[in-house]
Design a protein around this ligand. Structure first.
Ligand code: PBG
Length: 333
């Protein structure tokens, strides 16, 4: 033969050989399953844009979480739909808020699963923004006539985090993309006697259209404007490294890139530069596209799910947050 030969070439047909040299192992241990929880009893409302996902009341959520635990999934991520919304998202930090109730119930009845709570205001504010909204003069620097008051929001996010920690959350996960939120939350937790509650920071969170189905699920679309003033420009990569770096300096314990599939390059770059555990969020739009195509019979849904999740892992994610967690766990069993 005239050219250098890669000998395993032939052996690739052999499953045992493939197993032997496989570089990436997708495991159930890597998966986090998100859930939406709301008030009431016996509630299980299907989310039309996210087949197989529901808004659960706490009683039904507990049943669901038992299943997730039995499948070997180590952690869940909770989003709340409050009974009422207001300007400052007060139900997010109310003692009897929906997440607070859900977490304390889970900790009592299904103690052996890690509970991560998303920390944001958008599901709780009447305007649907992730922070406090203040009016400004319309002008060249502000065409919309409103802006997000970053610093006023920090105190609220710190209150939310602390109240989740008090309810028993194992990890808090700020996703509002306010500058300084990790530091504000770390200080609040430390001062109140929760120095060991880790922060999983949505560090590089893009202003993505892939969140569309989620906003229906969480009833959280912004009522005016968009999130571009606080979430990242989809075209930027170096900025992601800067955002991650700042969050680490502020005290993040786990960093995150979101969305995942359209941002595998970002996952890879963050992984190469930083040493903290890295999470990637396989978001609602990525999930729903697979479900829609699967329903139409245009793709082999099961294989595509494992291919996507394996790719996210191969890119460098240690933790994958995904609505496919249950079905993936079943396939990986
Ligand atoms: C809250 C939040 C969002 C998502 C996770 N946390 C929505 C948003 O920023 O608009 C999106 C998750 C998904 O699409 O699956 N800020």
């Amino acid at each position: 033969m005239q050219y250098p030969v890669y000998r395993p070439r032939r052996l690739r047909q052999n499953e045992n050989f493939r197993r032997l040299i496989r570089e990436t192992q997708l495991r159930v241990d890597n998966l986090v399953m998100p859930f939406f929880v709301r008030e009431g009893k016996g509630v299980k409302i299907p989310i039309p844009s996210m087949p197989g996902n529901f808004q659960f009341s706490v009683d039904n959520l507990l049943k669901e979480i038992k299943q997730v635990k039995d499948l070997g999934i180590p952690a869940i991520l909770l989003f709340g739909i409050p009974r009422k919304k207001d300007e400052l998202g007060s139900q997010a930090y109310a003692k009897d808020g929906i997440i607070q109730k859900a977490v304390s119930n889970i900790k009592e009845k299904v103690p052996d699963i890690l509970v991560i709570t998303d920390v944001c205001l958008c599901e709780y504010t009447a305007h649907g923004h992730c922070g406090v909204v203040k009016k400004t003069a319309r002008g060249r620097s502000c065409a919309s006539g409103f802006e997000i008051d970053n610093d006023a929001t920090l105190e609220l996010l710190a209150n939310v985090s602390l109240s989740y920690a008090k309810a028993g959350a194992d990890i808090v996960a700020p996703s509002a993309m306010m500058d300084g939120e990790v530091k504000a939350i770390r200080q609040a937790l430390d001062n109140a006697g929760y120095p060991n509650t880790p922060i999983m920071a949505y560090s590089a969170k893009y202003a993505s259209s892939f969140y569309g189905p989620f906003r229906q699920a969480a009833e959280s679309p912004p009522q005016f404007g968009d999130r571009k003033s606080y979430q990242m420009d989809i075209a930027n990569a170096k900025e992601a490294l800067q955002e991650v770096n700042l969050d680490i300096l502020e005290g993040a314990d786990i960093i995150m890139v979101k969305p995942a599939l359209a941002y595998l390059d970002i996952i890879r770059r963050v992984k190469e530069k930083f040493c903290l555990p890295l999470a990637a969020y396989n978001v609602s739009g990525e999930f729903s596209m697979v479900k829609a195509c699967g329903k139409l019979g245009w793709i082999d849904e099961q294989k595509i799910i494992l291919e996507i999740l394996t790719s996210i892992k191969r890119a460098g994610a240690d933790i994958i947050i995904t609505y496919h967690a249950k079905e993936a766990a079943e396939m990986l069993e």
